[in-house]
Design a protein around this ligand. Structure first.
Ligand code: TMP
Length: 238
């Protein structure tokens, strides 16, 4: 399927129309950003890593009866997706304290949480993606209360499936972010990407960071770390 007009350009991806109105082509870019775009670098090879990792993860989730917008990978850095109406939320699920959760609540990074904690962030660059609650989501008319319930259920299902997948490759899933969209018939569908950009992944033995914190915290080169995740997923991901 051919690329047509550019429909949307994000920080790490470009979305193109195709000859099929219901299908977009996504190009993953060699671009790393953090702090809502304040830190930004070209990172050669990152686009193909995240495209391949996301494709593999969405395939594994589909095998576990969690469908997404993913259709198929068409090249190393491109994939076809179903067109959905994106809901402007970042939904975060946490199993272990880290990042902004640790900072906000003064909980030591690495503290195991007694149950998965779901959080909502309003995707609005102008406001720096603020942390909001379910009433805010309904007030802003971002999603109905009914949809919020479905989104939470989906996020927890994804958490369960991802934890199983990552533990099978000796990785601990600390937390992750997903985004969702609405199909034409109103079904909530998993969308965007799931990659080391959007998850915190720690090696089960060493607690080594295998995710974008390597870039956010200037801990070293990102590409060998992403390659390691891809290789483990390709070799023995459950
Ligand atoms: P946080 O601890 O910075 O709130 O991040 C929680 C998780 O969400 C972590 O796995 C990184 C991911 N995340 C994104 O994918 N995009 C974002 O814009 C943010 C803030 C976090």
């Amino acid at each position: 399927m051919e690329r047509k007009a550019l429909a949307y350009e994000g920080k790490a991806k470009k979305l193109y129309e195709t000859e099929d109105k219901s299908v977009f082509l996504v190009e993953y870019l060699d671009q790393a950003t953090a702090l809502n775009g304040a830190k930004k670098d070209a990172v050669k090879g990152k686009g193909q890593m995240n495209n391949q990792i996301t494709a593999l993860i969405f395939e594994k989730l589909a095998d576990k009866s969690i469908p997404s917008h993913f259709i198929k990978k068409t090249s190393k850095n491109e994939q076809l997706i179903k067109r959905v109406e994106m809901i402007p939320l970042e939904i975060v699920v946490r199993n272990v304290a880290a990042g902004s959760f640790s900072k906000r609540l003064a909980i030591k990074e690495g503290t195991l949480l007694p149950f998965p904690i779901t959080e909502f962030y309003y995707k609005e660059d102008r406001l720096d993606d603020p942390f909001i609650n379910e009433d805010h989501v309904a007030f802003l008319q971002v999603a109905t209360k009914e949809e919020v319930k479905k989104i939470k259920e989906l996020a927890l299902q994804v958490n369960q499936a991802l934890q199983e997948l990552f533990v099978s490759i000796d990785i601990r899933l600390i937390d992750f972010k997903i985004e969702v969209g609405r199909t034409e018939t109103g079904t909530i569908l998993l969308a965007d990407e799931i990659s080391p950009d959007t998850c915190r992944l720690w090696d089960i033995e060493t607690n080594e960071h295998l995710d974008k914190d390597v870039y956010r915290r200037d801990l070293g080169d990102l590409i060998p770390v992403y390659e390691e995740v891809l290789q483990r997923l390709e070799e023995k991901g459950a």
